[in-house]
Design a protein around this ligand. Structure first.
Ligand code: SAM
Length: 210
């Protein structure tokens, strides 16, 4: 690709940090739904955490969050925000999800968050397997995913070729069914599937069985 994905996101980071949330009502719904599952003693992992907005919102509700992103610029902005907000229980690290170490001795996370990221990964199956491995038995996986195969207009035809020639990161042409099928295939129970309208990002709560 013209930009390696990490360089693309490093280049985008400051602009991304300035851009407002597009659909505040849906974002709030996803935050509230996630929060309803969280407990004060929980340890969370967020991957593709971007500029840290969501991790910093959930921070007061849990004991610790590891928030990782392979873009060092995104991590730098997230750390600046954590310092400005005096949040000390979120550790922002620059790492790909693929390289983040798996838990040793059964000490998995209580929950994993993957927001606006599953359509960007190189291998959806490998990612879902790794999410499962990062979780404790009984742990939750919260995801919100752009499903371009469901989108109206030309976007679903335009984005994949741009990804293929390397102008944009590669985008998987997902549907909500592909996500729920993938989750089931890799051992998750799917608890909740929600989208505000057809073609909008789909929010899924899945659980590693206890
Ligand atoms: C569309 S942004 C979403 C950021 C944030 N989750 C949000 O909802 O605003 C995707 C982010 O995922 C990061 N990313 C993409 N692939 C990744 C991977 N394999 N491992 C870690 N981070 C990744 C990018 O650097 C970028 O910050």
């Amino acid at each position: 690709m013209i930009f390696h994905p990490t360089r693309f996101w490093n280049f985008m980071a400051r602009g991304y940090a300035r851009s407002p949330v597009k659909d505040n009502e849906s974002y709030q719904y996803k935050l509230d739904m996630t929060a309803s599952y969280l407990k004060p003693q929980d340890r969370l992992l967020e991957f593709g955490s971007g500029t840290g907005t969501t991790a910093l919102i959930h921070a007061p509700r849990v004991s610790h969050i590891d928030a990782i992103d392979f873009s060092s610029e995104m991590t730098a902005i997230a750390r600046e925000k954590a310092e400005a907000q005096a949040v000390s229980n979120v550790r922002f690290e620059t790492s790909s999800f693929e390289d983040w170490p798996l838990p040793e001795g059964g000490e998995g996370y209580d929950a994993v968050l993957g927001l606006s990221i599953l359509h960007l990964v190189a291998d959806l199956d490998a990612t879902l397997i790794r999410v499962y491995q990062q979780l404790k038995p009984g742990g939750f996986f919260f995801s919100s995913t752009v499903c371009i195969a469901e989108m109206g207009g030309l976007i679903r035809y335009v984005l994949p070729p741009l990804g293929a020639i390397g102008v944009l990161p590669k985008i998987l042409p997902l549907t909500p069914d592909m996500l729920t099928d993938g989750l089931h295939a890799h051992g998750f129970e799917v608890e909740h599937v929600w989208s505000p309208s057809e073609g909008a990002a789909v929010f899924i709560v899945a659980r590693r069985p206890a």
